[in-house]
Design a protein around this ligand. Structure first.
Ligand SMILES: [Zn+2]
Length: 547
């Protein structure tokens, strides 16, 4: 049976792909999952170079606007590691050279004139399993506030997590198949949009079968991923699976080239659950990810951890192995400890603003005046907002600038709004600098790699790193002419500009089309999952609800 379409054989599927690919030939030599037709295209005029990502195969991306995200790269045209008409040479899965007019022998060429060549985006917090219930609660806040509004009725805590309402949340009813198709479709969606690495916060580990399907989907997606091993959302208490099976789950991922392990350690589940989770991670050198926000009574728990008295034994503290998501509404003392210990912070700007988490804490982070203390970006939940990274970057930039700009206006005479704000005062006194395009590009790439401990492999374009590269088309109607490349990427581009996506040297999207994927086969499975989940919570799918 073909793993992609769940019927027929891989050979039949390959045959249909041949006609679909029009002029390119899939060999089917590696008919594994979605990376199935591993060898992709023959050398045709409109196909990608042959056998990309395979050992020894070489190609050069030629004459692009290259943004390495590595300041100080030899030969750069700006202090930020950027090149006008730069080349990137890839061999196998590795970047071999970056520069201008590279001599590459007989390597195949990808023409990137007029296009941006940069590292793929890195999402440090995404609940991919929720893809079947995308946009099901677009107006919701986190918790029902009793107002009877659409925002209250759709609240995330009950409708998705079944929080204090067993059986009412979609999450309560997920089958392993729902996990698989949700994770796969959501992952492919982000791959198509240029997000080449994800931390999947899969709070859906009800059973070993659920976990196995999440891992299978991450592998079939064919991009870099960290499995976040979290609880099964909606379960009232500890299960025999989470966190007890952490060692076997982590073990099943050891040696995997693209999929790794992060321990979920939600503190709001209580000390009896989070203590063994954190202890397992610390005993075995894994990252610990946790949602930290003032709703769900988390602020005093983080204070306890900041004091070094967290957990059942009153001896757990914050360390540099913590990745804290949101960090809205936390105390100054906890922030100081997070900073001083080198813990990482992932901010979900649009979600936090929409769902009443609190103001995204970017100004709080800037107040430490420490360039090493910057966030990575979180897309969070597609039940409420797109997982696209252009939206992430624009939200981060506009939110921060809104606050700072208003503070500048408020500090002056409202009748004239002079800058600087008062006699003898410099502008923006006591205010952090406005974020600019390069700042949020850094958040979206190298910061994410550092936060996931993947920066030796990805997050920037650098010799000997793996080739996780996106090529963004700057000739489109929406961006041409590109007068400022970082600015054009952040302020003008969107998914349709993502022309080519490369993961570990392998071309996964080529000239606007995702390769090795037949969506006409996957959509019915996702639709069936949606139908099953809506029926389970006794909701009738209605594309135009009454409120
Ligand atoms: Zn989340």
């Amino acid at each position: 049976m073909c793993i992609l379409c769940a019927k027929g054989t891989p050979q039949q599927h390959i045959t249909s792909r041949r006609s679909f690919l029009k002029g390119t030939a899939a060999t089917g030599a590696a008919a594994t999952a979605l990376g199935l037709f591993g060898t992709q295209a023959a050398a045709t005029d409109d196909g990608p170079p042959r056998d990309t990502g395979r050992h020894g195969r070489r190609y050069v991306i030629r004459n692009g606007y290259v943004m390495t995200m590595e300041p100080g790269t030899t030969g750069q045209d700006s202090p930020f590691g950027e090149f006008i008409e730069g080349d990137v040479l890839v061999e196998g899965k590795t970047i071999k050279a970056i520069g201008k007019n590279l001599h590459v022998g007989n390597a195949a060429e990808i023409d990137a004139r007029g296009k941006v060549v940069m590292p793929g985006f890195i999402d440090t917090h995404h609940h991919q399993a929720w893809t079947p219930i995308r946009s099901s609660i677009p107006d919701s806040i986190l918790i029902n506030d009793g107002t009877g509004t659409a925002s209250a009725d759709q609240n995330y805590a009950v409708n998705v997590l079944g929080f204090l309402a067993p059986g009412q949340g979609f999450a309560n009813h997920y089958t392993p198949e729902d996990v698989y198709i949700g994770e796969l479709f959501g992952g492919l969606s982000q791959l198509d949009a240029g997000v080449t690495t994800v931390l999947d916060i899969s709070q859906i580990h009800h059973s070993p079968d659920h976990t196995a399907e999440a891992i299978r989907a991450l592998r079939h997606t064919g991009r870099r991923a960290m499995l976040g091993f979290f609880e099964g959302a909606g379960n009232a208490g500890p299960t025999t699976h989470y966190p007890a099976n952490a060692a076997s789950v982590a073990g099943s991922l050891s040696g995997d080239d693209l999929v790794g392990f992060v321990m979920g350690g939600e503190v709001y589940l209580g000390e009896p659950i989070y203590t063994p989770a954190w202890e397992f991670a610390r005993g075995n050198g894994f990252l610990i990810a946790a949602h930290i926000l003032s709703p769900f009574f988390i602020r005093p728990i983080l204070d306890d951890l900041a004091a070094g008295t967290g957990g059942s034994g009153n001896n757990i503290g914050i360390r540099d192995d913590n990745l804290f998501i949101h960090m809205t509404g936390m105390s100054n003392e906890a922030w100081q400890e997070v900073h001083d210990r080198g813990a990482k912070v992932s901010i979900a700007f649009p979600i936090e603003m929409n769902m009443r988490h609190g103001i995204p804490p970017i100004l709080k982070m800037q107040s430490f005046n420490d360039p090493a203390f910057e966030p990575s970006l979180s897309t969070d939940v597609e039940t409420n907002m797109t997982a696209d990274f252009f939206t992430q970057m624009r939200s981060a930039m506009t939110m921060q600038r809104m606050v700072v700009n208003q503070a500048v206006l408020d500090s002056g005479d409202p009748s004239t709004n002079p800058w600087p704000p008062g006699p003898g005062l410099p502008p923006n006194q006591d205010l952090p600098p406005l974020l600019n395009a390069r700042d949020v590009l850094r958040y979206a790439t190298i910061n994410g790699a550092k936060h996931l401990r993947l920066d030796s492999k990805t997050g920037s374009l650098k010799v000997n790193k793996e080739a996780d590269i996106i090529i963004l088309d700057g000739t489109h109607l929406n961006v041409f002419p590109m007068n400022n490349v970082p600015g054009a990427v952040v302020t003008l581009m969107e998914r349709t500009n993502v022309e080519t996506v490369i993961v570990a040297g392998k071309v996964r999207k080529w000239k606007g089309r995702l390769l090795d994927v037949d969506l006409s086969r996957l959509r019915p499975r996702l639709a069936a999952s949606r139908a099953r989940l809506y029926a389970a919570v006794k909701r009738v799918p209605n594309p135009f609800p009454n409120k």
